[in-house]
Design a protein around this ligand. Structure first.
Ligand SMILES: [Zn+2]
Length: 439
């Protein structure tokens, strides 16, 4: 039996105007982390290049100051980078001028330096069970083409998924007016256990086979260097390269889509774990012998928070058996949320319970890592449903120590383009490393 009560839920917070992408909120020129990783192994030439790319446009003397090296050595390196065609001189902007009255010396007009956007191009793809997205970036990190391909035939065959990836990439290249040969590298993000180092998909919900050398499969098809990674890692890279993460040395990203994902930036670099498959936030155990997870184990956090968990609860508590067959899970969750807002106590409890479990997971992250910022990313509606203020209070209550400073928690509603742009950032990083570390 279902008890109807007056609507006790807090109102839904208004959607900020630029909620589609927090990149809009961050009106900074340039791209990439604003600080270098601590143990980078990067030579000075690469550091100079990355500083210029991160600043957008900058005077030589400021590069020297930022890196703590002599202006003369920066001038020599910049001459080299200009010869390579990867940077170019730009008129000094007011911002640059405000920082420095030019560095050209006697008789030379003051100039700034910027990346030559046409020096290299890369692509980033986000593959999922609903749609694939692709973006093309120039070497300065600006989007020059993009495409979206809703999936109609949900084949899980690795070769078929690779063919779809090839198709959405071709559409994005078409949008940019270029062909495959223009690309230096392609980054691809997909859900599941993905090894970035070996290019293997150990397991993915969108590919039937296990232990697939998916990067090789794509590379053979495309004829371009291809890197793959877990999609939550690549969305985290997107924050590190294009979002608020640019100015943070460490932060945590939690993603809710079909499942729960997590990315961790430590000392300005993505941390993947010793085998490349860490940060499986959705599969930390919150209950011994608890609810069955789609990974096959029991008691995983995801089994209490993800769509399928809510749908399972709905079919039991509300006697919605069979409704999940007639309609997709997302529609089912939306009608469940509508019921909750109308005061259906059972429906409301389902969201409250999921919110408490998510709070438990976030408190665990805080207790372990003490991050300055946790970014909650994904469909904004999902957070409105399961992460209201009550869950925030619960999270603080589960965090150790009254004197501890709680991390800032922000909700960023990212679009498929942001995920794809993170994949492209990985390709940009790889292309940059190859350029400077080849010899
Ligand atoms: Zn699991």
């Amino acid at each position: 039996m279902v008890t109807l009560t007056p609507d006790p839920l807090p109102p839904i917070p208004p959607r900020p105007p630029s909620a589609l992408s927090n990149v809009d909120l961050l009106d900074l020129p340039g791209c990439g982390p604003l600080a270098s990783p601590l143990e980078s192994g990067r030579g000075l030439r690469q550091q100079v290049f990355e500083r210029i790319r991160a600043q957008g446009s900058v005077a030589r003397v400021d590069v020297a100051k930022d890196l703590g090296v002599s202006p003369a050595s920066v001038t020599t390196i910049c001459a080299d980078l200009i010869d390579m065609g990867v940077i170019r001189e730009l008129p000094l902007t007011r911002k640059d001028g405000a920082r420095r009255d030019g560095d050209g010396g006697r008789g030379r007009p003051p100039v700034a330096l910027g990346v030559n956007p046409e020096a290299r191009y890369v692509a980033g793809l986000k593959l999922s069970d609903l749609a694939h997205a692709a973006v093309i970036l120039d070497f300065a990190g600006d989007v020059v083409g993009r495409a979206n391909l809703p999936r109609v035939h949900l084949s899980l065959d690795a070769e078929a998924v690779a063919a779809e990836a090839e198709r959405v990439l071709a559409m994005a290249l078409d949008d940019a007016g270029m062909d495959l040969s223009a690309l230096s590298a392609v980054g691809v993000g997909l859900p599941g256990l993905i090894r970035n180092d070996t290019g293997q998909v150990l397991w993915s919900p969108i590919i039937r086979e296990r232990l697939v050398p998916f990067a090789d499969i794509l590379e053979r098809r495309l004829g371009r260097r291809t890197l793959i990674d877990n999609d939550a890692n690549l969305l985290t890279l997107s924050e590190l390269w294009f979002g608020v993460g640019r100015s943070l040395s460490s932060f945590v990203m939690v993603t809710i889509e079909r499942g729960l994902g997590m990315g961790l930036v430590l000392d300005n670099a993505l941390w993947r774990g010793s085998h490349g498959v860490g940060m499986e936030f959705g599969h930390i155990k919150v209950q011994l012998d608890g609810a069955l997870c789609r990974c096959g184990q029991r008691g995983c956090l995801e089994a209490y928070v993800a769509d399928y968990a809510l749908a399972r609860e709905a079919s039991t508590a509300l006697d919605w058996e069979g409704r999940g067959d007639r309609t997709d899970q997302r529609t089912l969750i939306e009608s469940l949320y509508a019921e909750a807002r109308l005061g259906n106590e059972a429906a409301r409890t389902i969201f409250q319970r999921a919110g408490r479990y998510l709070a438990l997971g976030l408190a665990t992250i805080t207790n372990l890592l003490d991050p300055p910022l946790i970014i909650l990313s994904g469909d904004r509606m999902r957070y409105d449903q399961i992460y209201p203020e009550a869950a925030m209070v619960e999270m603080r209550g589960l965090t150790l120590g009254a004197v501890r400073t709680a991390p800032r928690v922000e909700v960023h509603a990212w679009s498929a383009w942001d995920w794809a742009r993170g994949a492209a950032a990985e390709a940009l990083r790889d292309t940059t490393d190859a350029l400077f570390q080849s010899g």
